[in-house]
Structures are given as structure tokens and as C-alpha cells.
Design a protein around this ligand. Structure first.
Ligand SMILES: *Cc1c(COP(=O)(O)O)cnc(C)c1O
Length: 364
């Protein structure tokens, strides 16, 4: 049976922007400048300004945004970085790719974010940074985390790939850390029409280093100062992102409204993310938890509803992280075996969500 309500539809999601995309694309063809030009510079300026920050650097994707942030810190090989045990694997891969050691800390089972109370026990003499991940679109509880990073002088890196426009106590995700890494993968709350990413940083010197790292470590053509990467944001993607950035708050408001319906109407048996007035959750993902997750997923699928699982395998159980396969992260395992992501996209209508709710409540 074909799905009547897909989990996501990029075509529908981007429909409202199509005319503007086409105009931009025609200008782009007429202009003939494809890499690191005015479009990237304009988007960087506007993306920084959205965050009331000075420095943003466009890069190729979210993973690179994390890798370049870590590289910019120049940590000694083998240094330890605290990461949540239930994050998307990209956060961990970035740490490993920089020859650093990820140290997993368990999340709070109600917020799915790093539990600040568990961080200090994981800190050793080799700890150099905390990488917070604002998972599913909700900020981590930043006050106690900032207290720790200040007290122990650790770098703070924010993985904001799921949290464009989310706030904690009125302050935007991406403004807390020394570095904030964003992904504009097409499904993210601010999504390009291909791969794209950005780093927000706090100092001019980090800004200059990031700009070099993304472009072969070069400041001036054919003069290479650093062992850099090719991780440039394409002009065309930057131009599409500039069209969508002014609509980010509207996209988030729509997702928040849909999530509100789930919060209001779903039966209690479906565990929902906590709502707290200190946090503006932007619902990159609206997840529920239920012990019969797999049965519910098939039931919804049989009824034409697409769902996803973020994520089906906990990072410490992935083949790629075989050294961690024997370790035990019970909360992470519990989340991975019970979580289910429901439709909650800019592409969905309230009627779509009410239909999903009716089906779920009929299951319970
Ligand atoms: C999407 C995502 C990334 C990686 O972004 P890409 O643009 O796909 O490289 C990193 N961290 C988290 C939490 C993500 O959701």
C-alpha cells in the first residue's frame, strides 16, 4: 500500500520556495561563479546575524562543521571529548576523525539530552571539550554545563544540526559554545537542496582558521598554511539557504503547532518529550516512546503513515565502534529500542497530524 502520509516530503516542503529558487538559479547560471563567492559571503553574514553573532563560516556539511571545529581547537592526539551516548553517529565520527577519544555520557531519559549531573564523573585529566548535541530540536540544559566548562576550562562545541532556531532561556542554540556546528542537510529545519553546513565561532582568530581549514588550509590561493580540507559551501546551496533563512522561524512555528497537537491529544501511553518553558523545542524530530515501538511502526505503516526511528542502533552497538560494543549504556539502549519519530514536517497539515493521532489513539 502506498503511504498516504509520508514521514517527510522534500518536494512538498520546498514547493513554497520554488519560484525564488528558479530565479536564483537563473541568476547563478548568468553569473557563472560557483564556489566561494558573494552568495556564500551573504549567507554567512545573515546566518551569523540571525544568531546575533559575528562569525559564521559555510562548509560542505554538518559532519565537516564538527570536524573543522575540533581541528580549530588543535587538541593533542588522544584527548578526550565528552559526547552524549545517544547522539547521531556523526558527532562521534567527528571526534574519531580528529584522532580524539569520545567519552560517552548518558542522556536524561525525559529530554534525550546530555544529563548535566553525569558529566563531571566522566571528566579526566585528558578531557579537553564537551560536545553537546541539541537532539531532536531541543536545547541541552546549558546552565549547569556552562558552569562545568568554565570551572574546568573545557572547550564547548555545540552540535546544532537538529536545533536551528531552538532556544534555552531565550538564547539561541549555537550561541553558547566556542563553536557551533550546523547541518543544512535537506531534511533539517533549515535545509538546502543538497549537502551544506556552517560553523559559528566566537573569535576572529578561530574564524580565520576555519576559513582556511575549509579551503585546503589556504588563505591566499596556492599558499597553504594548514593541513586543510576541501569543505566549501557551494554558491548555489548558499543562495537557496539565503532564500529559506527568512522563513526559518515560520517553519519552526509550523512544526511547533503540529507537535502541540500530539502533546494535547495523544493518549498518555505514548511517552512524549517533556515540555518546559525554559526551552523552545523546534521539533526537528517529534518522537514518542513505547515498549511496542516496532508493532506500532508496522501498524501505522499498514494504515498509510510513514514513520522513522532516530535511531535504531545505539552508537556503542554500531560495527564502526567495535571497541565500544561491550560497553553498557542502558538509557541509550532503552531510547533506541523504544523511540519512534512521527510525521511533523513543514510539509504536513494539521489534518495529517490529527489523522495520525486518531490512528495511534485507536491502537492504544
Ligand atoms: C544531520 C546531523 C549531523 C550531520 O550533518 P550532515 O550534514 O549530514 O553531515 C550531525 N549531527 C547531528 C545530530 C545530525 O542530526
Amino acid at each position: 500500500m502506498s503511504l498516504t502520509i509520508p514521514y517527510e516530503s522534500l518536494k512538498t516542503l520546498n514547493k513554497p520556495f520554488e519560484t525564488e529558487f528558479k530565479t536564483k538559479f537563473n541568476n547563478f547560471l548568468a553569473h557563472g561563479w560557483y564556489i566561494l563567492g558573494n552568495e556564500v559571503a551573504v549567507f554567512e553574514k545573515d546566518f551569523a546575524a540571525y544568531h546575533h553573532e559575528k562569525y559564521a563560516v559555510g562548509v560542505a556539511n554538518g559532519l565537516d562543521a564538527l570536524v573543522l571545529s575540533l581541528r580549530c581547537c588543535n587538541f593533542p592526539e588522544g584527548s578526550e571529548v565528552i559526547v552524549p551516548s545517544n547522539t547521531y553517529i556523526a558527532s562521534i565520527l567527528a571526534v574519531l576523525q580528529c584522532k580524539l577519544i569520545p567519552v560517552f555520557v548518558e542522556p536524561d531519559i525525559q529530554t534525550y539530552n546530555l544529563d548535566p549531573k553525569k558529566i563531571e564523573a566522566a571528566i579526566t585529566a585528558k578531557t579537553v571539550a564537551i560536545m553537546v548535541v541539541h537532539l531532536y530540536g531541543q536545547c541541552c540544559e546549558m546552565d549547569p554545563i556552562l558552569t562545568i566548562t568554565k570551572k574546568i576550562k573545557l572547550k564547548l562545541i555545540e552540535d546544532c544540526a537538529q536545533a536551528h532556531g531552538a532556544t534555552y532561556k531565550g538564547r539561541l542554540a549555537g550561541t553558547f559554545g566556542d563553536f557551533a556546528a550546523f547541518s543544512f542537510y535537506p531534511t533539517k529545519n533549515l535545509g538546502a537542496l543538497g549537502d551544506a553546513g556552517a560553523v559559528i565561532c566566537k573569535t576572529e582568530s578561530d574564524y580565520e582558521i576555519l576559513r582556511q581549514l575549509r579551503n585546503y588550509g589556504s588563505e591566499k590561493k596556492y599558499h597553504n598554511n594548514l593541513v586543510g580540507y576541501n569543505s566549501r559551501l557551494d554558491e548555489i546551496q548558499a543562495s537557496f539557504l539565503s532564500i529559506k533563512l527568512p522563513y526559518l522561524d515560520q517553519i519552526n512555528t509550523h512544526k511547533i503547532k503540529l507537535a502541540g497537537l500530539y502533546h494535547e491529544k495523544l493518549k498518555e501511553t505514548f511517552i512524549r518529550p517533556v515540555v518546559d518553558q525554559d526551552f523552545k523545542h523546534v521539533y526537528h524530530i517529534f518522537n514518542i516512546r513505547h515498549p511496542e515501538r516496532d508493532r506500532i511502526k508496522s501498524y501505522l505503516s499498514d494504515n498509510g503513515i510513514g514513520t522513522e526511528i532516530h535511531y535504531p542502533i545505539a552508537p556503542h552497538q554500531q560495527k564502526a565502534l567495535s571497541a565500544m560494543n561491550q560497553m553498557d549504556f542502558p538509557l541509550s539502549s532503552e531510547i533506541h529500542s523504544t523511540t519512534l519519530s512521527l510525521p511533523c514536517s513543514f510539509a504536513h497539515t494539521e489534518a495529517d497530524i490529527l489523522h495520525v493521532i486518531d490512528l495511534l489513539n485507536a491502537y492504544a
